[in-house]
Unconditional design. Sequence first.
Length: 511
Amino acid sequence: MNIRDPKVLMKLQTFKGIDPEDIVISLQTLFESGRGMKDSDYIEKGLALGKDVNFEDFYVEQLQAFHFNMANGWSYLHEHRQVQTNLEIGDFQPKELEQQIFHLRMALSVSQYWHDPQRKCEVLTNLGILFNTIGRFSEALQYYRRAFEIIPEFGQTMASYAHTILGYSRFLYDGAQQGYFFKMAYEAFGKALEGELYAETRTSVIEIRGNIESLFPNDELGHDYGEGSFDLGNGPEEVVYRKWVLNNGLFLNPINDLSKESIAAHDCLLLPTLKAEDNRPEFHQMQFNQMKQEFVSARYIYYEGLVHAKPHFSDKGNLQMDLSKGINYGMAVEKLKICFRMNYSILDKLAYLLNDYMELGWPTKSVSFSRIWYKPKTRDRTEVMDKVNATENLPFRGLFWLNKDFYDKDLPNIISIAPESKAMAEIRNYLEHKSLNIISNEEWDKVKDDSGNSYWIKRQDFVEKTLNLMHAVRAGLIYLSLGVNLEESKKPNNGPTIPIYPNIKDDSQKF
């Protein structure tokens, strides 16, 4: 069989019995042929053949190439249907975007075994572009930054990074933050021009950079924000903690998406000014305060569980059977679990606020982060509410797509875009209702229990999953704040408001 002849491949019914390397080449042939001929039949044939592939005999490089090609196939199909699909204001969940993100994340999940830094940067950059498209711009910036760690001068990535910063700035309601974002976007566009760019990208970057200069004619782009000159605390312990938060991008502050300097070392995110015509604005402010506090407290609890992983006096005299299975018990590991629980619960609180603010109509007892977006009485509960679609609100779109990172067994027809979503849901279920056993890495080989009564996980894996969860919740709070601001900007200014800084509570009163 000629795997480079698209007409021959169109006659295939299955990839069963075909060598993995030939499968990868066949997919590439079908996708590139379909794109070149502008014939979606070839693309759809490749996607159909790739749907039921058995990966048992795939090497890591072949697995990565398979998912990269499948992502490209869905991208080409999306290009073909672009006339019918408006990314900014159309359907909240184009199937092609779901599949692109899923396959790129699958490719990234095996990236530690790659030997091709260029390809890894392409995957990270494509994920950044897609996340920016669906309104998850805070997380998009992190994908670009990961690419810079591999190839610092990757021009196309820098251009996309700059575009995302500029788009992000549109939704900021703090003037100082917006000015900082403009400056950083301008600098990033300049760096992009120093690298290799496609001709059309270079032309676009030059034009956009010139437009930014015209908006700031008096060298305002050169303003010194004193990034590293802000106070980090009153003692070495506090300073070390705040540097840890900065380095992990966990301050509730959009600037921490761009900088790890002390300028970002405070949790300044709030709900914006709320007009009194809105439904119960004071309640919304209180609810947001609570979510922020829970996140900030969970963040420190996680830090303590991570950094102070040693015996605690509260565990003295707590007699436990030594089952020689390497299970970790103690205050430090319980703090990690507490952080996981608290962050998961914030997502449902976020949904509770959004349901009330947008008057989505879900009964209070039925509200969850997974459910509120969909019409409750449709057969498969996958149809997005008209009111959600009608917002044309990109930060709210980001929240909607963030929900797709989480699996809900009661919504089996919702496609998750996170490969580990079911594992995360299972961890939460065992943590809340059954037995979650966290095992030190060196003791992992002692795990032999497969009864299903307990969930077993390496400590480092749980640490990483909890950190990823915190990043997701942080992003969700940012999208909520900026999305509410966008909705408020649409309302007439003919009544009283709840201002953005209503009697800020002094830190000395928090205990």
